[in-house]
Design a protein around this ligand. Structure first.
Ligand code: AMP
Length: 112
């Protein structure tokens, strides 16, 4: 989708600080990090959010979790938070599903 920011990052049209690139997934550092490690993990295929991905391709949804785990490990994290903001009311601002991998500091719950 040419009007999707993250599709454009996948296509290399917008630069990003890449952490991982496979045939199915791309991971890059968040431009506005909320923790010392803040990486976004996205499928190459465009799905609007976690729910629509789970409906359309549950296998890919599972593989996204595995990719997020690999990113956390490659960043040296044993403890980390995975966040899927799903829908504008929940804080989603980019409508291409992405896992936020957050870590590198103590993370309280609920988030402050
Ligand atoms: P969300 O609000 O859950 O949709 O998360 C979108 C995330 O994308 C936010 O944390 C933004 O800081 C991040 N973001 C927006 N534009 C870029 C970009 N060009 N490169 C990296 N991260 C971005």
């Amino acid at each position: 989708m040419s009007d999707c920011l993250f599709c454009r990052i996948v296509a290399g049209e917008i630069p990003a600080d890449m952490v991982l690139r496979t045939d199915d997934f791309v991971a890059f550092r968040d431009i506005s990090p909320q923790a010392p490690v803040h990486v976004l993990v996205i499928p190459v295929a465009h799905h609007a959010n976690a729910g629509s991905l789970a409906d359309a391709d549950p296998l890919l949804a599972g593989h996204l979790l595995a990719a997020a785990k690999e990113v956390a490990a490659s960043e040296g994290l044993t403890d980390y938070r995975l966040v899927f903001n799903t829908g504008a009311e929940a804080g989603q601002s980019v409508f291409h599903v992405h896992a936020h991998v957050l870590g590198g500091r103590s993370l309280t719950w609920p988030p402050g």
